[in-house]
Design a binder for this molecule. Sequence first.
Ligand SMILES: O=C(O)CCC(=O)C(=O)O
Ligand SMILES: [Fe+2]
Length: 541
Amino acid sequence: DNFVVTASEMVASSDLVEDVCSNDAGSGGGGGTSCGGSESVTSTPPTSPPEFEFAYEEYEAGQYIDAFFDGLQNDENSCVDESDECEDEAERGLCMTDPDKMKELGCDRSCLYCLTESSRELFSLGVEQITGQDDDEEICVDESVKECEEDARNGFCTINPDLMEEQGCFRSCLYCRTSDTHKDLFLRGVDETIKEVGERPSPRAVAEVMAKSERYFVNEVLVNESLGRYRLECRNNNPLCAFWAAQGYCESTPGEMGENCAAACRNCPLVDYDVRCPIDLSTNIFKPGDINAMFERLLEEAGHDVASFSKDNLPIGGNVSGIGEVTVITSPYHDPPRDHDEEENEEISPLPWVVSIDRFLSDEECDRFVKLGESKGYRKSRVGTDVAGVFKESKGRTSYNTFCEEGCVDDPIVKRVIERMTNLTGIPYDNYEGLQLVRYQPGQFYRRHHDESGIKKYSGPRILTIFLYLNTVLGGGGTRFEKLNYTATPKKGSALIWPSMLNSLEGRDEWTFHEALPVEEGFKYGANAWIRLRDLQNAIC
Ligand SMILES: O=C(O)CCC(=O)C(=O)O
Ligand SMILES: [Fe+2]
């Protein structure tokens, strides 16, 4: 790696303020500061608010960070607030949204208006620490050595890389390491926004995150070999990354934050999916063979001797107390429909268990779901994904849906149904996606699709679907499994259960593609319970 740091040049302190003051990079003091500054800085603090070139609410990170550090080391005596209101108003963001008023109130301290420039030193650490350049001496030069070095010391390699490149400050800014994309090393993604968003955190807390992130790059990412591979990807992809980080989301949702805000989280390795979402296969709820074992157990509970099942003694079904009236649609003992092999030449796996259960729900339970769905509000299936990146709109789905979340999942009647499903499958609700309540009106449908949805997810693939029919549809609306040559007719209270994965768990079961046929008359109400191989409810990714 090109970036080498000599031990004596490393700044090891973790305290922001102390770092500023212990950085003895220059001699002479900036006026009004209590610690060392560079010779090249002005010695009198500006008397007016900093001239930000940006809209009040949209500050470029570099500039505000300067202000932040400078403010930290302002002389306590010369940089004071003249009004008691200053702190509160500053917390509310008025330094940025109404600087005229804050200046008038005399809120120099709270607003960090009394700047010195000495803290710009911070931004030169990257340049000064990194030694052992092995660039081609011919091409890696500064066009104007004195100006480039000074601008680099003042932080412009990070604050305005375009300008520095234009000025030809290749050596001082380390832009000529290996290629011209090196400038990118110094970019942290989109500019972070400090503005009033809700109550907390304060703009000051957001600025602190930004400042720490800056230092993380300069002191760690750009000089630490183990972080080198993440340098270019470690970014903030959202202007609110620092805002979220200040709220503690890096800790509570490392998956999402790592994907979008690794820079603000000061955790570059999180850009790697496998780092931020380590998959623990030992928590798989099913092992190979368990899908079929689950259905066999159900048949046993219906009073059958599973060992006696064969092509000539096909499982049919029966009543299971506390569950309902089980009918076996297909099973591994059934022959594939005759026209199958002409259709595709994929390897033929045994037919999956597909089972329908009448009277799985009582009328009261069905009506309750419909009511809860209506009161939450069914909406047209939309583009977008949930936390797990699961639900995507497909053009082929014209129905309306909503999710059974707070106010529904805790409903006593709903809880009863959930318990019945967890008893049926032997899988805890942790592995279920929140029940999706669906409504179709005449003409609406859901084209042929498969419920399995990618196995690289932290929670694993969907292994099973239980579809609940909440009303008897007047016309149409069946659930069609074309390959199995089977169409389930919606009947109030019945459930249909099928696997998305092969019994071996080694891939999706190609037999269970299905579609919801158009409703022809009346409405169709239903509910999807999608069950995943691993915990989803408490998933971090
Ligand atoms: O409405 C149906 O019958 C099935 C719906 C379905 O397959 C789904 O929502 O994934
Ligand atoms: Fe489906």
